[in-house]
Design a protein around this ligand. Sequence first.
Ligand code: NAD
Length: 297
Amino acid sequence: MKNISVIGAGTMGNGIAHTFAQKGYKVNLIDISPEALEKALATIEKNLDRMLKKEEITEEDKVGTLSNLCALTEISEGVKNADLVVEAATENIDLKLKIFKQLDKVCKSDTILASNTSSISITQIANVTNREDKVIGMHFMNPVPIMKLVEVIRGQVTSDEVTQSIMELSKHLGKIPVEVNDAPGFVANRILMPMINEAIHTLNENVSSVEGIDTVMILGMSHPMGPLQLADFIGLDVCLSILDVMYKGFSDEKYAPCSLLVEMVKKGKLGVKSGIGFYDYSEGLKNKKVAQQFLIK
Ligand SMILES: NC(=O)c1ccc[n+]([C@@H]2O[C@H](COP(=O)([O-])OP(=O)(O)OC[C@H]3O[C@@H](n4cnc5c(N)ncnc54)[C@H](O)[C@@H]3O)[C@@H](O)[C@H]2O)c1
């Protein structure tokens, strides 16, 4: 595989594009929003500068990575030469089905179509295409250039050959792939999201403060960051969508999103990407403070 197209240039899309481009793949990064593309390229450059400063890469690597990237707003234009498409658009089932229908029409017949979805059924996505055996989940973790795991999700009819090539490709990217079967939330979010949701319930019921809850999980469970901070990094809208998919998929109350999460998403408090969530990032990530709404009076 040489040509990779990444659809969606948000939190995940920019990291996925960065990772492929740094390994020498030609990457078309596609988003309907020119602003999102602009922001993504700026983020990639900033992240490369940070790596350069830490001497993890050379100036040549930085220039090479940037020259492997091309930003586009048209899917049909951006995927026509792709060997692999990695879809990382907004976590919304109707949107993803629409995108995969279009990809199936405009991509070469042997192009593998992967989704970075956190929770939506790969089998259901594959069903809207005429290449169900070539549709697979490639679930990267945030931040993509740093996190080692890729959950590789087989739909019901994903072929062994396609699974094997995605496992190998993930290793070539310097990642550690784990093959899992298709079920709502797969493995990572099936376990993570109930914990985040429970942390939000704990806050909503005033059992402890934002910092209290995060500190308990950092110091008590040796987690590298607390669940509320992690939710802010993932995006509260993304957390809500994943919980909704699991709630509907399993018809089980235990996955019902906490009302506080629903309310925050409605108000546009989405975490780091909107500047405010459980923490306030208006003075930058390093100077984050607990959001005004959660300060104990
Ligand atoms: N945020 C995380 O930590 C995380 C981790 C793993 C997987 N994911 C999954 O990755 C996917 C993307 O999540 P994100 O957090 O990057 O979301 P995001 O909201 O940061 O970015 C989504 C991007 O998709 C673009 N988009 C929407 N419709 C489009 C279309 N029709 N064509 C092209 N682009 C379109 C939007 O303009 C936006 O820039 C989701 O499926 C999510 O579940 C997220």
